[in-house]
Design a protein around this ligand. Sequence first.
Ligand code: ADP
Ligand code: MG
Length: 485
Amino acid sequence: MYNGAHNFINEAIPYQAKVADPLYLVPSLPQGQPEFKQAYLILQRLFPTAELSNIQTTVFLQAWQGKTYQQIAQSTGYDADYIKDVGHKLWRKLSELLGESLSKHNFCSILRRRYQQMEDAELGLDASKASGVRSFQSHKSKKGGEVSRQVCDWGEAAAVPVFVGRQFVMTQLKRWIIEDHNRLIGIFGLGGVGKTALAVKCVEQVESFFDCIIWRSLRDQPNFDALMTDLLGSIGGQGIELPETAQEKVTLLISYLDQHRCLLVLDDWFSVLAGNQLAGSYHVGCETYGLLLRRISESRHKSCVLITSREQPAGLAFTDNEAFPSRTLYLDGLDQDSGREALKSFGLECSDECSDLLLQRYTGNPQALRVAVKTIVDFFAGNVPQFLEREELIYGDIKRLLHQQFARLSELERSIMNSLANREAPGSLADIAAAGDISLDQNDLLLDALESLHRRSFIWKNNGRISVPQLLQEYLKVSQKIGQT
Ligand SMILES: Nc1ncnc2c1ncn2[C@@H]1O[C@H](COP(=O)(O)OP(=O)(O)O)[C@@H](O)[C@H]1O
Ligand SMILES: [Mg+2]
């Protein structure tokens, strides 16, 4: 059964350790915000006084992953009837504490909603904004260099009519922006995973905290000077006198970001990064973009710059360090609950089992799911098993999208990806070196390449083991067949 983006359960963990410490089930925490850790945090935040036993906590966490009582019994070594009884008592106890009826079937979605409401209330956010209706129309700032009213310039930001799930990361992002005053935040993840949609929804919800909202896409690789002129004009007004050099323009922008509380979103940052080499370096001629990010993260100002990118740019510490308050969010696919909801909203009526199969094969990537749903509805009369019988699940727009990303890999990265293809279990460093016929004296190159693949969200690292998301496995299957990788 699909259980969100990662599978954390290490089946080799001894029984005693599992039951004694539920979080021991997560031997190390992979990138991003693992679903499992989120569940634990939500449990602690919503039920600080619940005092659950270890077995109750274990049932809660495994049920959150969509496991049946039978499966939980197997993984813990307890009798299935006993686990069922623990579950029933647990839902009753939590329902009483929450004042809302919970069951194994509905508890995930109810607790996510309640958690988001609690966090929004703490951050002073208006809950009605959570539905994300843009509250005011775009307009440019008036002339004269002073922003005396709210400027909201969404540029060509996409409308996001359907948006499901993401409560946890959304809450985290809002906290980073509103409460922690981070100057630079990066949302990274594979194409189609939902970075832009998340950023749009987030900005809609926090806009009232800012004097100025500006959204720009770098998809067409704008000339740096033109972008700076545009940004300075948007914040300062069209009549301002512009300095000559790029450095001076950046300095002026930073001073605006200090005078006014701005939320500046730069979408598709990867467009200014170079391909065919390790991830993160800038295209020749685009190095000043790197300078801009560094200045934004290192200079004092009261604004927030949010970038989305398929690759994390190099030369920049997205640290949790107080001196340079910047944060990184690696976005994975939709989890089981939200994925099922997304499939419905894309127009697919099918059983939970069928939804889970699709979510697993496409690693919960909403763009890939959208493409698949259209085909399933148009050509398979909604029959998911029949669609999944096909070997090749990567085609059309999603194939083009993944192809663009694979085309950016260096030689070594490509050979690592090929060596990781079709692996059932995550591999160790030695496995990868052996499978890719990479000699050990190239070990540092191997580490650089793995780090780079991680920056592209091509691999997951967990407890010294490396795995490839199923979506990319599916792509590799197709492209190896036609000799494209
Ligand atoms: N949480 C979500 N719920 C429903 N649809 C989503 C969600 N996130 C993304 N999508 C849809 O998936 C597609 C890809 O999302 P997008 O944000 O453009 O991905 P990215 O920016 O990571 O490439 C879009 O059609 C978007 O509307
Ligand atoms: Mg995008």
